[in-house]
Design a protein around this ligand. Sequence first.
Ligand code: NDP
Length: 480
Amino acid sequence: MKTFANYIDGQWIEGKTTAPNVNPSNLDDVIGQFAEADADDAQRAIAAARKAFGPWSVSTPQQRFDVLDQAGTTILARKAELGRLLAREEGKTLPEAIGEVARAGQIFKFFAGEALRLGGEILPSVRPGLTVEVTREPLGVIGLITPWNFPIAIPAWKIAPALAYGNCVVFKPAELVPGSAWELVNILVESGLPQGVLNLVMGRGAVVGEAMVASPDVDAISFTGSVATGSAIAARCVASGKKFQLEMGGKNPMVVLDDADLDVAVEACINGAFYSTGQRCTASSRLIVTEGIHDRFVEAMCNRLAALRIGDALSADTQIGPVVDARQLEQDERYIAIAREEGGTVIGGERLERATPGFFLAPALVTGTTADMRINREEVFGPVASVIRVKDYDEALAVANDTPFGLSAGICTTSLKYATHFRRHVQAGMVMVNTATAGVDYHVPFGGRKGSSYGPREQGSYAREFYTTVKTAYIHAGQV
Ligand code: NDP
């Protein structure tokens, strides 16, 4: 069995302990043993990043472009192989996994360009003889803590801007999916990153993540994951004066109006709610449907659900892979039971047996629900969506906004009037018209409002708001 080490201060360092990386489609398939960092390893990684920051912060944009561009090229060239690894460790289907890897490659290409595009501003001063120059500088050492549901794309969209703008990184991937993270770091090392600029510390969040959040030598934390962990990290960062950015949960509404194209609506809802096994923070978990189309919509959804092929993520004909692990499966089943107890009617949602032992769950559609039920207020993070029947557009919008979250929201309608009003008035960071709430581009901002996110947006050129700090210089040129 191959063992994978942490990467600290330019060296591959074995862990004192290791953890197995298990395939959720086949629990007999162990991908490898991955090093588990402890708090001392995390401290060494932070110190290495601190030491490397001086030279890296003044490296030329060309140097940073070259490393990131090369990494993007390698990721894209290896997307089939890396996609297979990702599907094997996380459980999304092979096409979804290859698509995610390609996105990671494109993110590195985009941020390679951003290294060259980081401009500033020159303004005339309000005082005579002075000029004002506004520039951006890197923050220092950034701690990146990532979740399991996008094992390469989320690390990519944090690491690429951090490095592009001249920061050094200590990266802690989710313990469930260290394989893609290890390959990504290896690719960056082979692309020519100087010693100490990027450090990989695999291991438990409560140990390694905790050490990063506690360290006075870490200048900022970018986190994606659960609301509970994000909120705890936020409190620690405020206390220690760190800059931080949080991407957390969603309870994303998809509104379907009477005038919607039924086929478009069903496709958007099946994709948004159930693809990637529903394990997306942008998943459409609340389907808010007006009464004129409700029965036709539910019937069409049930027909599509019955035809979905659930199975091994690596099989060519699988449309929905397994749930990521036993704990998440237990959470999904618990919420399905809660929905039933609250009076919902559950279609699907049963455990499935396949040729290999794995965490297979039939997607569940819960009908007859109301906005106040727990199934419509709390994030499940699995292939579970509920239908809320409403009278008209006004009620649909009110229900869509009746949530502590605000990540993504969608509407299916052929009315320009309703689509326009919804775009403006739904309380979400991202809005989709006639397309799924999940699935976003890599060159534009990603993030939400309310309880879903905190801090500047990720991705696109907006990422510079988090990964740089602004300096205002006043220059008096003197008399000539
Ligand atoms: P967590 O928020 O616990 O994990 C996210 C990351 O934070 C992981 O790398 C984790 O490490 C790390 N972490 C955990 N505890 C700490 C800590 N005390 N200090 C610093 N870092 C820490 O989410 P889970 O993976 O446990 O998933 C639980 C639920 O979170 C899901 O069921 C889902 O509801 C939600 N979730 C939401 C996501 C989103 O994108 N919005 C993504 C993933 C989950 P490690 O796991 O390695 O121990």
